[in-house]
Design a protein. Sequence first.
Length: 289
Amino acid sequence: MSRIVMLFLLPLATLLFLSGCATRSTHHSSSVVNYLYPEKSEHVEITQIPTLSLPLRVGVAFVPETSGRNYGFTEKEKARLLKEISGNFRKYKFVKSIEILPSVYLVPKGSFTNLDQIRTMYGIDVIALVSYDQTQFTDEGLASISYWTLIGAYIVPGEKNDTHTMVDAAVYDIKSRKMLFRAPGTSHIKGRATPVNLSEELRMDSLEGFNVASKDLVKNLDEQLKLFREKVKEAPQDYKIVHKSGYGGGGSLDIISLLALLVLGTGVNRRRCSSANLPGNDSYTRGTV
């Protein structure tokens, strides 16, 4: 290979190498921690035992964005996801109602003060706070295409796009400030585009990332709901189960309702064994019919 050709190829190879090292990224997110604990670097779980008054009134909502609004993940898409999440809760007889809460009612860094206001406004007991985190990386030049012509190399720079998405639902008992359980959903979308259609490709990858992560979230949420029922069954000392007036338990197959009846039965036995001077000491019989 002649010296002239080498002198021509060396700067070209250097240019390709440097362009391959250039990375751009965009990041959009909303954070439950930032919403609930805005003034604390580390949050401490409240140890107060939650009282689950059956049947539960549940709310679902997206927490406010913390790093700029993602216009690809529209309010329509958010409403669709919240509707799917609501469907998971409606399958259980210990849930009386589901409220899909407008995003405008959740103020940035509103914390539990904001949730108390929402609880009063909608009469809900439990809330599922939904958040997301999405980062898109664009490596310029890594997918470059070279066309050799008679006058030298003709380079068409491409873009290698990676889209990482996480959608998370954290379920809280509002009054006790206790997180009952959480369910995540994740996705990783790989795409390629030339600079001509890069913006459109990134927008489509962003939306696909949310769709895939949302499906993963809904699947995991259903699993976590089942695990939570088992958790309440196995650790009744961590949860107080009471019945609201008129609630009969929702059927013999409902584990939480069976647990509540068991606790109520234990309370009856305790009353029978108590002295006549100390009636009504069983706190688990509140709200029974």
